[in-house]
Design a protein around this ligand. Sequence first.
Ligand code: AMP
Ligand code: GLY
Length: 412
Amino acid sequence: MKILIIGGGGREHVLAWKIAQSASVTKLYCAPGNPGIAPLAELVPIVVDDIDALLLFVSEHAIDLTVVGPELPLSLGIVDRFLEKGFKIFGSTKAASQIESSKVFSKQLMQKYGVPTASAELVSLEEAYSRVSSLSLPVVLKVDGLAAGKGVVIVRTQEEAIAGLDFLKKMGTASAQIVIEEFLEGTEISFFVVTDGEMAIPLGSAQDHKAVFDGNRGPNTGGMGVVSPSPGMTPALSAEVMSKVIEPTLRGMREEGMPYTGILYAGLILTQEGISVLEFNARWGDPEAQALLPRLKTDWLEVMTAALEGRLNQVRIDWDAGSSVCVVLASGGYPGAYKKGEIISGLENDYAEAMIFHAGTGRQEDEWVTQGGRVLGITGVGPSLEIARRHAYKRVAQISFSGMHYRSDIGL
Ligand code: AMP
Ligand code: GLY
């Protein structure tokens, strides 16, 4: 099979690595990919939201299956456009991906179908301003639309609430509607399933670390490191998430006439009252995928194909027992402004117990250089969290570039 992966970060690197292992792959492409992916897949210089160009590419190259990494093309309707033209594609339709692209949509869906979630009011931006003085704080303010992880503020005072709305207002149309949500306290768990719309198979759990500095201090990022499975996850809790969250959500999507297919990522919080959904995403997490997929033993291409053909019930997914830890190496200044073009050393060393996934790297003459905020993800795998952590940080210590920073407490 000829496969095209869409996206260019660490998540797409691990997808390419995993898919390349399938015996059914004859040729792998990645658009736009990154230089770290080049040994695995031919890079195609098309950006992820140029759906016309991607359609032309799959038709000219007779691609058998397209795999979508990020949310943007899903929210723009890439799956609908491909299906209309008869091309196979793994991901959710534009309507179904509203589960991520509209927080108002997902909140209403959860309320209607009895999925446990924080109580919330859905209001216009103007209304949100006029409510500020009567809010019982703390409270969480979220913009409706996609905001690359920056559309959520937790506010504890009236002043913070006004500053928070001022901040969200800058997101333009994404903030036309605001979700004012009850603040919940507990342990966050990211939970993944693959689904054909009817049936879902759990893909495991992970815990992301969004704050930039050790001890969860500093501003939020796209994710600075992940441990998998998530501490606190148990087989009983997984079964509860499937029956209380995943099944009613998929039933709701079917009843709304927009069956959900692909990867569903539930951002959960385990509070004293039980499990609750903070958000849904219509894709693998980044860097969660870099922690989860290295432990997957089953051929991932087979699983995707079975999901597309509605025969997930014939699939068995096997995982390496044990744990994984992914540590993100970021550019100095990230998540704020950062310099690009710093020379990266230590990538060529060989150390079998850890894997390197490129997120924001480039090539300059014969050197690896930094090209993004999150530059690399280093994943260690082992029979225990402690050993996985040791493997990851041993490899991290061999890599350096000017301004490099990372969290040293992932998996502690
Ligand atoms: P979201 O994009 O909705 O997952 O929100 C991003 C982050 O904000 C989450 O990972 C949580 O850390 C935090 N958050 C979101 N909603 C709530 C809530 N209702 N209570 C407490 N923290 C929240
Ligand atoms: N790491 C968080 C996300 O992918 O949404």
